[in-house]
Design a protein around this ligand. Structure first.
Ligand SMILES: [Mg+2]
Length: 175
């Protein structure tokens, strides 16, 4: 069975911004060494690559789709130009107050991966928020909790790396 990497977008692939909204390329920065190490993971392992991202209020006046998609599509095109293809991308637009089952740490968008066809015991959620760690628990997989300004130190995960080099080396060490 194939294991999965459920990878968060903001704060994990690209830098989180203070207003938690990246609606123009001027606000876009990739995490250091992300492209190099994610490409190595893609090439050297057999993980399914699944992006899971909360985009609060996407489609509302506060965050219209016309602001979101050009930046998002650029991120995806750039990753693909390095050979980093995501097998699936799941985007939830709800706010925390909506309590919607699709919003991380809810698994509403991810039920297709929980039917026994994937090796969840050897799968990881990689993210920078406590909700990503909780998502891992809800999916029955492990958590890699990127250390960032937004990390909550009381949340424990299998690995709390500083960056993608450490994530790559950790995955290598498990082989
Ligand atoms: Mg994040």
């Amino acid at each position: 069975m194939q294991p999965i990497l459920f990878i968060d977008r903001d704060g994990t692939i690209i830098r989180e911004t203070e207003d938690e909204k990246i609606e123009k390329v001027e606000k876009l920065d990739f995490l250091p060494e992300l492209l190099y190490y994610l490409k190595k993971i893609k090439e050297e392992f057999d993980y399914l690559f699944v992006m899971v991202t909360n985009q609060d209020g996407l489609g509302t006046e506060a965050f219209p789709e016309c602001e979101f998609w050009p930046v998002h599509n650029f991120i995806i095109r750039l990753l693909e130009s390095e050979g980093i293809q995501f097998d699936a991308i799941h985007i939830d637009e709800h706010y925390e107050k909506d309590n919607h089952p699709n919003r991380k740490p809810g698994t509403g968008m991810l039920t297709a991966y929980m039917n026994g066809d994937y090796d969840l015991a050897h799968s990881f959620v990689i993210g920078d928020r406590a909700t990503d760690v909780q998502l891992a628990k809800n999916l029955g997989c492990k958590a890699i909790y990127l250390n960032s300004a937004y990390s909550d130190t009381t949340t424990k995960a299998e690995l709390m790396p500083k960056g993608w080099k450490e994530i790559y080396e950790y995955l290598v060490s498990l082989r």
